[in-house]
Design a protein around this ligand. Structure first.
Ligand code: TRP
Length: 333
């Protein structure tokens, strides 16, 4: 069997955090050895709701690339793609726009939720409403058959599949029909106990946080709100400190012991948190070191990005040519 082709990506609106790590980065690092992986820094998509301050997007393109390299994505195995540098994606988007109805777009639950959150009211930018179509172009341009994403992205993959089927039906078999792969931890609770770690909620531990930043955030973490004294029996289930211990503390026996003590009121929150801060810092240390190495070698990162773009344009260019041929507009004037 030939290798899978995988495409996935992130909007560069801030540095990546532990939620990104457990939700997708870890999986990508694993997959890079067995599949052909493209990771997209989706700056064009990020601009659809940040067009008033493009510097928020442009300043984060390199940061996200550094996060990718820091967690161990290996540029010899993975192609890092800066979306705005691949005009072929924009061209594909234009052709796909004919295949999608306005009604279908406005029903997309993820887009609908975002429109509410961002308070666009009746002034929804066309670019925002149509970003799922450009996401279909991202995926098909690279002929991806698998797209690892969080659950909120399922409507995008569904739309991509509709576009592919319609295109192939109208113009002949051309595009690859992709499948979503949902990661097992698609979201990580925030340090405040809210459902999802996110930069905009201010409850994230970033991969680039220093030792003392991690300590500060962990010591303030939300635990069991009903527990007042360290001698009160505490609740382990749903307690963010234990959720993180389960993920980041490699010493399972220690975690088991702490849970037992917590349930019977024999360990305080402070001790639990100190231990967690140490574990997260141990986990982040190699990531920090690698990040620093790449930060100091700007030329190397530039080269990685340049080569990624070059490879991506080649692949997307082939797809675009096939698309134009199928549509009969590859004129040879
Ligand atoms: N929409 C994704 C997000 O907000 C980012 C993204 C852009 C993406 N293009 C993609 C994800 C293609 C998977 C495939 O996180």
């Amino acid at each position: 069997m030939s290798k899978h082709r995988i495409l996935t990506g992130d909007r560069p609106t801030g540095p990546l955090h532990l939620g990104h790590y457990v939700g997708s980065l870890e999986e990508r690092v694993r997959l890079q050895k067995e599949a052909e992986v493209f990771v997209l820094i989706a700056d064009v998509q990020a601009l659809t709701d940040n067009f008033k301050n493009p510097e928020k997007v442009s300043a984060n393109v390199r940061e996200v690339a550094l996060d990718y390299l820091a967690v161990g994505l290996d540029p010899r195995l993975v192609t890092i793609v800066v979306q705005s540098q691949i005009p072929e994606i924009a061209e594909l988007t234009i052709f796909y726009m004919n295949l999608v109805n306005v009604g279908r777009l406005s029903q997309n639950p993820t887009v609908k939720a975002e429109i509410n959150q961002k308070k666009f009211g009746s002034e929804v930018p066309v670019g925002f409403l149509t970003y799922p179509i450009s996401q279909a172009a991202d995926i098909t341009a690279f002929k991806a058959d698998l797209v690892p994403v969080g659950e909120d992205q399922l409507p995008m993959i569904e739309l991509t599949r509709e576009v592919v089927k319609k295109f192939n039906r109208l113009y002949g078999d051309t595009l690859i029909l992709p499948k979503a792969v949902i990661s097992k931890h698609s979201r990580l609770v925030g340090v405040d106990g809210k459902e999802k770690m996110s930069k905009s909620l201010g409850n994230a531990i970033f991969l680039s946080d220093s030792v003392s930043e991690v300590e500060k955030k962990v010591m303030k973490m939300y635990t069991d709100p009903k527990r007042i004294h360290p001698t009160d029996p505490g609740r382990v289930e749903g307690n963010p400190v234990f959720i993180y211990h389960d993920i980041f503390n490699s010493n399972e026996d220690e975690v088991k012991e702490m849970k037992k003590k917590y349930r019977s009121g024999k360990i305080g929150d402070v001790e639990l948190k100190r231990s967690l801060a140490d574990e997260i810092n141990n986990f982040l240390e190699p990531i920090r070191l690698r990040r620093r190495e790449f930060e100091e070698d700007k030329k190397k990162v530039d080269k990685i990005l340049r080569e990624g773009i070059e490879k991506a344009r080649q692949v997307a260019g082939e797809t675009l040519l096939e698309v134009k041929k199928s549509m009969g507009i590859n004129y040879l004037f």
